[in-house]
Design a binder for this molecule. Structure first.
Ligand code: AMP
Length: 430
């Protein structure tokens, strides 16, 4: 089977790596890919994965490539092409593609849509209001005592959420989004949620329009610095599973979210084929959904796919074809930990082109996989090219062993200015 993966981050490297191990993969391209992706080889025939210089948002060029090369399956990593309707375009052209269509991708591309949906179908979430005008938004924030999350409705590169502790902060946040247009047109509408307290986890479910198969739990580390200090980032590390939900509590949480969600999708004619990724706060009064994403998390994918034993092509085909009810997802019980190594300065501005050393050394370690994110090849060497550079991932007999292995691999890798958190997994390990 000939496969095209769209995207260039650590998530896409993990997708490519896992797909490349399938006995059904005969040729694999990634648009635009990165240095690590271009070094992967297919298990079946030893062929190299080929990076194609087409941007993830250049939908017509991607479709033309898929037609010309007779791609059998296209896999979409990031949220933007989904929100732009890449799935609708490919399907119109008779091309098989895995991911939610534009209507279904609204669970991520519009927080107002998701919030209305959750309230209508009884999915546990934060108390909230949706506003276009400052006056009523400010009144609602006042009714919450100022403690609230002010969220731009649309996609804002993961930055459109302002957490407020006081009424003054809330007023300022509403002004930033609605009046100063800090997030452009993504902030023409704001969703304001009460501030929830508790432990945050990520859930993922693979869906085929009728069935949703829940993954194990994972936990992201969004802030740049140890102890959850510093600025919000795309994610500085993750691990799976977490100890915060027992198997039965996870199943119950899944039921309380996914059953009404599937009912709502059926009622509204939403055909969701892809990954639904709810961000969850485990509060004193039970798990609540903070937001939905409509694709794999990054770096959640890196820990999930190093634990997944099932064939990923088989899962994606079942998700495309509506036959997930016949499939069981198999997981390796060994925990997995991913530590993100980022460029100095990230999530602010950072230099590029720094030579990355020690990758071969780290690659020799057992139970370890170094996924590339913002990397490129220059003069035969791997160099930094983005904020998040590598997702150093390892697994082991328990979480401690997995974490120690991941940090041992981090210790072998150097580039100028490299920064990473030293406490990935510590909430679970104490
Ligand atoms: P979101 O993109 O909606 O997940 O928000 C980004 C981050 O803001 C989340 O990962 C949470 O850490 C935090 N957050 C969002 N909504 C809330 C809320 N209602 N209460 C507390 N924290 C929140």
């Amino acid at each position: 089977m000939k496969i095209l993966v769209i995207g260039s981050g650590g998530r896409e490297h993990a997708l490519v790596w896992k797909l490349s191990r399938s006995p059904d993969a005969t040729q694999l391209w990634c648009a635009p890919g990165n240095a690590g992706i271009g070094a992967e080889r297919l298990a079946k025939n030893g062929q190299l994965v080929e990076c194609v210089n087409i941007g993830a948002e250049d939908l017509p060029a991607l479709a033309a490539f898929a037609r010309e090369r007779r791609v059998d399956l296209t896999v979409v990593g990031p949220d933007n092409p989904l929100a732009l309707g890449i799935v609708d375009l490919f399907k119109q052209q008779g091309l098989r593609i895995w991911g939610p269509n534009r209507q279904a991708a609204q669970f991520e591309s519009s927080k107002a849509f998701s919030q209305r949906f959750m309230e209508q179908y009884g999915i546990p979430t934060a108390k909230s209001g949706t506003f276009k005008d400052v006056g009523p938004a400010v009144e609602f924030a006042r009714s919450l005592g100022g403690r609230c999350a002010v969220k731009a409705d649309g996609l804002a590169l993961g930055k459109g959420v302002l957490l407020c502790e006081t009424f003054t902060e809330a007023e300022r946040a509403i002004e930033e989004v609605l009046v100063k247009k800090a997030f452009g047109s993504a902030g023409a509408t704001v969703v304001i949620q009460e501030l929830l307290e508790g432990t945050e986890i990520s859930l993922h479910a693979l869906c085929d329009g009728k069935t949703a198969k829940l993954f194990p739990t994972s936990q992201d580390h969004k802030r740049a610095l140890d102890g959850d200090r510093g600025l919000n980032t795309g994610g500085m590390g993750t691990y799976s599973p977490t100890p915060f939900l027992t198997e039965s509590a996870l199943a119950e949480t899944g039921r309380r979210i996914l059953e009404p969600w599937l009912r709502g999708c059926a009622a509204e004619g939403i055909d969701f084929r892809g990954i639904l990724y709810p961000g969850i706060m485990l509060t004193k009064t039970g798990p609540k959904v903070l937001e939905f994403n409509a694709r794999f998390g990054d770096p959640e994918t890196q820990v999930y796919l190093t634990r997944l034993e099932s064939d990923l092509i088989e899962l994606f085909m079942a998700s495309c074809e509506g036959t997930l009810d016949r499939i069981e997802l198999k997981w390796n019980p060994m925990p997995s930990v991913c530590v993100v190594m980022a460029s100095g300065g990230y999530p602010g501005s950072y230099p590029k082109g720094k030579v990355i050393r020690g990758l071969e050394d780290a690659a020799r370690l057992e139970n370890t996989k170094v996924f590339h994110a913002g990397t490129a090849r220059s003069g035969g060497q791997a160099v930094t090219q983005g904020g998040r550079v590598l997702g150093v991932t390892a697994w082991g007999k328990d979480l401690r062993a997995a974490r120690d292995a991941a940090y041992a691999a981090v210790g072998r890798i150097q580039f100028e200015g490299a920064q990473f958190r030293r406490d990935i997994g510590s909430k679970a390990l104490g």
